[in-house]
Design a protein around this ligand. Structure first.
Ligand code: G6P
Length: 474
């Protein structure tokens, strides 16, 4: 397959594989955990697909290679580009700006220049890999200029874009010195997908007000007669896959073992997040600490397990956060812990899917309290694993998932007293109430899984281009 042109191309900042060095020194690639690749693999195999992305290391050029029937096309980044395009503009400018400026975004012209250069490299790679009239699906905020760059190079392509993170209201977006270029970059796509309807509306409104194009509802009308659709497609998980894993004896045994090592408390509360300032870790740990200090929860009865996956460790804000959380956990455990009884078990590590499933199975209350989150798949994974209809979900109203998981205990994460009340409600709920809530959430997640998401987007992309686009027939 390597060498032939692809009918379906995915472009994402990262390739969907992780590299492992074998004891003998050889290299193997393993599919990364994460739903996107699982969902797209069947389409990719069927259509002779290619995935273009960075392989995660600086200053290294790799040749395209095949992995599990999918052609992977690595894009090289220099050390400087990793600093300026990835850590800088993507994660020091766009990430905080798009997440409600929870951390202050930094605006640096050299970061922007690098973002343009790297986006062009991705677009050029796709232009060389895609067959005539192929479908190309660009993913996420790191690559917002790619749709327009690619359309310039290859007007025959059908181009979709999906933003996995929130798209901010115009009051925040307008801070960006390069706001117009980003909007124009996105408008290179035939279909721009967002997690929530509000984000799509933010985009359409900004295009109307900042660029001056005509719009009607979810459609932008460009002067050349082309149209761009902006719609929401809430992303999901491989729900059946998670449930199947959760039902295995190995996971069930591990879940039991986890509870035992925690001292078999009445309540196990769980948080699993990338260590990111958008996740509301501080607020949730403080809320739990206060419940113990003031005696609403007995330290012998409840344990909070917080898994924080290392992330973007060279970005300043992430370093500061790590120190902050280390201190907070130390303080709470120091203040309210006893010998052999630490109220918070804090793990700064990443775990395979099996261990995550066991943690979900072991937890009575899943605590997901981001200050802002595009979707939050952990919330959906928890629900998928609770086939016994036990377990409660405390969920921030600022996570995209809150629009769908309406039977969760909903919280404003900034309101610490409100979080405390929700934690208590979740811990004290009777089995009937817990099952009622979980059943409703499970129905939704199992019916709206990642396949549903991917086919909804791809079907619309196909239809929209057929209806409105000017495709060049071969
Ligand atoms: C979020 C983003 C993804 C990103 C992931 C991990 O989910 O939407 O695009 O890949 O975080 O972050 P990283 O910077 O390690 O790729």
């Amino acid at each position: 397959m390597a060498g032939s042109l692809a009918e379906f191309v995915v472009i994402a900042n990262r390739l969907p594989v992780d590299r492992f060095i074998e004891p003998g020194g050889g290299t193997t690639w393993r599919t990364s955990p994460g739903g996107l690749v699982t969902a797209l693999e069947p389409v990719m195999r069927r259509k002779g697909g290619a995935w273009i992305g960075w392989h995660g290391a600086p200053d290294e050029k790799l040749k395209p290679f095949d992995h599990d029937g999918v052609r992977l096309v690595p894009v090289p980044l220099s050390g400087q580009e990793v600093r300026e395009y990835y850590e800088g503009f993507s994660n020091g400018t766009l990430w905080p700006l798009y997440h409600d400026v929870i951390a202050p975004p930094e605006f640096h012209r050299e970061w922007w220049d690098s973002y343009v250069t790297v986006n062009r490299r991705f677009a050029e790679k796709a232009a060389r890999v895609a067959r005539r009239n192929a479908t190309v699906w660009v993913q996420d905020y790191q690559l917002q200029l790619v749709p327009a760059m690619l359309r310039d190079l290859r007007p025959d392509l059908r181009i979709g874009f999906f933003l996995h993170i929130p798209f901010p209201p115009r009051e925040l977006f307008s801070q960006l010195p390069w706001r117009r270029q980003i909007l124009e970059g996105l408008m290179g796509a035939d279909l721009v997908g967002f997690q929530l309807p509000g984000a799509a509306q933010n985009f359409v409104r900004l295009v109307r007000e900042r660029v001056g194009h005509k719009t009607h509802r979810d459609t932008v009308y460009l002067p050349d007669g082309r149209t761009v659709l902006a719609r929401s497609y809430p992303i999901s998980i491989d729900a059946a896959g998670f449930e199947e894993l959760a039902r295995t004896d190995a996971v069930e045994a591990r879940a039991k073992e986890i509870r035992q090592s925690l001292g078999d408390p009445k309540h196990v509360l769980l948080g699993i997040d990338r260590l990111d300032y958008t996740k509301g870790l501080r607020q949730r740990l403080r809320a739990f600490g206060e419940l113990i200090t003031e005696g609403s929860v007995d330290v012998d009865d409840a344990v909070f397990v917080q898994v924080a996956t290392p992330s973007r460790e060279r970005v300043d804000q992430y370093r500061l956060l790590r120190d902050d959380i280390d201190r907070l956990v130390g303080r709470i455990n120091g203040d309210v812990g006893r010998i052999g009884q630490q109220p918070i078990t804090y793990l700064h590590a990443s775990y395979p899917r099996e261990e995550m499933a066991a943690l979900y199975r072991a937890a009575d209350v899943m605590v997901v309290t981001p200050l802002r989150d595009g979707m939050n798949l952990v919330a959906k994974e928890y629900v998928a694993c609770r086939y016994d209809d036990c377990g409660s979900l405390v969920l921030s109203e600022f996570a995209g998932a809150a629009a769908e998981l309406r039977s969760a205990y909903r919280v404003n994460p900034y309101d610490i007293n409100g979080v405390k009340t929700a934690l208590l409600d979740a811990m004290r709920a009777d089995d009937r109430e817990t099952a009622r809530r979980m059943k409703a959430m499970r129905k939704h997640v199992l019916e709206h899984d990642i396949d549903h998401w991917a086919s909804a987007f791809i079907d619309e992309l196909t239809a929209s281009r057929e209806k409105h686009g000017k495709r060049t027939r071969p």
